[in-house]
Each structure stands twice: as C-alpha cells, then as structure tokens.
Design a protein around this ligand. Structure first.
Ligand code: SF4
Length: 183
C-alpha cells in the first residue's frame, strides 16, 4: 500500500508559516543582539533597492490587501511612485511603498517576504545585508551571528505561485486586468 500523500498546504497558509518562522528568527537575533541595526526608523535598505522588487502570487495577495486599505490620497501617491519606478533606469531605487518623510513602510503588516528577511539572513556570498551590518560583522562586533540561508527562504517562496515584478502586479490591479495570479 502506498503511504498517504501529505495534505496539500495552500499558499496562504504556507506564507503564514513562513512569516512565523522568519519572525522567530528575527526575535532570536534581536534578543541576542539588542544593538542589531534593523529596526523601526532605519529605512536605508528601502532607499537602496538594487532592482524592482518581485513578489510571488501569495505575497502579492497580501500586499494588495494592504494597498487597498490605504486612504485614496496615499494610494494615488503609491501609484505615482510605482509608475516612476517603472520608468527609472538608474539604480538604486527607492521603494515606492516607503513613506520617505516618516521613514516607515506604508504597508508594513503586508510587506513582502524580502523586507521581512533582509538584514536577518546575512549570507556571506550574497550580501543580503547593508554595509553598516557588514562592517559590524567584519569587525567582530556580532561574532555570534548565525549566518543565514536565504536559499531556504527562496525554496519556500517558489511554492507560493508565480513571481512577477511589483510593477506588473500593480499594473494589473489598476487596470483590473487580473492575471492568472495563482498560475
Ligand atoms: S515594502 Fe516597505 S519594508 Fe519593503 S522595501 Fe518597501 S518600504 Fe521597505
């Protein structure tokens, strides 16, 4: 007799589990390193995006909920920011979802996974952390840092539907040309 197949986990549940696992790691790092730099008020990574962010379908569904809850004026600002980002050829990019005056994410509870992991999955060969963290680690300030494995996150994200650029997802939202989001 064949062993029973594992129950299929839907993308929303899988994303919630991923959020939970990331939060556990973030909490542990913060507990062991109270001076860790990634915290409310530091927005330098949001101001220096190497490329237009990409999101899986499940992440987009979550982000879309946050965008649709914004007041109309803020939604219009975000829309303008995203249009500008789509046209910009120079790099780095400022995230269109950053409130630049407040230095805070406009959709914090709904932000993409990359924003949750950045700075907490320091990986030697990928540099997934800012130069300030890099300098502290190199100086031995945080010698107990557990080097992260962003690849494991990427493997889990791969099961959360197709991946598109934020600009593509957003264009479909405002034109109501809904793509096959879970394809
Ligand atoms: S979505 Fe929010 S947390 Fe992520 S880069 Fe943009 S402003 Fe920063």
């Amino acid at each position: 007799m064949n062993p029973p197949k594992p129950a299929k986990v839907n993308a929303e549940d899988a994303l919630a589990q991923l959020d939970h696992d990331i939060e556990m790691r973030v909490s542990a790092i913060r507990a062991n390193h109270p001076d860790w730099l990634c915290r409310m008020g530091c927005d330098s990574c949001c101001r220096r995006l190497a490329e237009i962010p990409t999101l899986t379908a499940a992440e987009w569904q979550r982000l879309k909920t946050g965008l649709e809850a914004l007041p109309a004026s803020l939604f219009a600002t975000v829309s303008q920011n995203i249009s500008s980002m789509a046209r910009q050829t120079a790099r780095p990019l400022v995230c269109p979802l950053l409130d630049q005056g407040a230095g805070a994410c406009l959709v914090y509870d709904h932000r993409p996974t990359a924003c949750r992991t950045y700075g907490f999955y320091v990986q030697r060969d990928k540099g997934l952390y800012c130069q300030t963290i890099e300098a502290h680690v190199a100086a031995g300030d945080w010698h107990t840092v557990v080097w992260g494995n962003q690849d494991s996150i990427d493997r889990r994200l791969a099961g959360l539907g197709k991946t598109e650029a934020l600009t593509e997802w957003f264009a479909a939202l405002v034109t109501h040309d809904v793509p096959d989001e879970l394809g």
